[in-house]
Design a protein around this ligand. Sequence first.
Ligand code: NAD
Length: 255
Amino acid sequence: MIKVGVFGASGRVGKLLIEDLKATEGMSLSSVFVRNELDFAIDPSVLVTSDMRSFLLGCDLVIDFSLPEACEALLEEAIKHPKPLVVGTTGLSAHQLNLLKQASDNMPVLYATNMSLGVALLSKLVHMASARLEGFDIEIVEMHHRHKKDAPSGTALTLAQSAAAGRGLDLDSVRVSGRDGNIGARTKEEISVMALRGGDIVGRHTVGFYNDGEFIELNHTATSRNTFSKGALRAGSWLVKQPSGLYSIADCLEL
Ligand code: NAD
């Protein structure tokens, strides 16, 4: 039985993780990290703590869906008390991504800005299309619920990275994330990533390849957040069997 620690337990995805764990064979919830009191009932056998060290020692696997600053604090502590770690938090800074890399020297770490099978496959398709559709303009649009804090979404940036890699481009040099005013015509190489926010949209990503006379749009829509919680649990059960290193969702799904 894999003992799972949930970091970000009171969040939208964290709560689903706790629910999904009840029906997951071979895994059980053993610890949750909280800053304040939990606002929902939890089995009394579960360790509920605001002490990061006790939280880490109380589980075999950590699943994190929190915020970048919180994830940073978790990584700093996990470096001292290594545990297999699935990180789903998006919007990580360069420093936080470096910490993730550093942590993976001593434990298996899987980082995925999107835990769904569909997006993992979409990312592959985008790479393929980008490489083959020479001269097509690439535009990415993402839509999320009104509460989402980071923009553009981590998933959109991952898809943009796949598109840039397909063309051998450095994303930071070609990414455009907004257009306003008399900015001139679109350049050939730019890859735009636009963010829309509203309502309760779980997550919608469209990667368009536009040319004169034709265009292709690849779209993924998440209709339930359980796609992410279930995906993270699947990733966790795979990760505990891996040696130290930094893994992607594509590694876990063998795509
Ligand atoms: P949320 O705002 O509902 O939950 C955030 C959680 O983090 C809460 O439990 C909160 O208490 C906790 N938290 C905040 N600050 C903290 C701190 N300093 N220390 C400890 N805990 C802290 O957010 P959400 O919708 O559940 O999403 C969480 C993260 O996961 C976001 O970054 C989101 O973009 C990302 N996300 C990733 C995927 C994926 O598949 N990888 C899918 C959906 C969401």
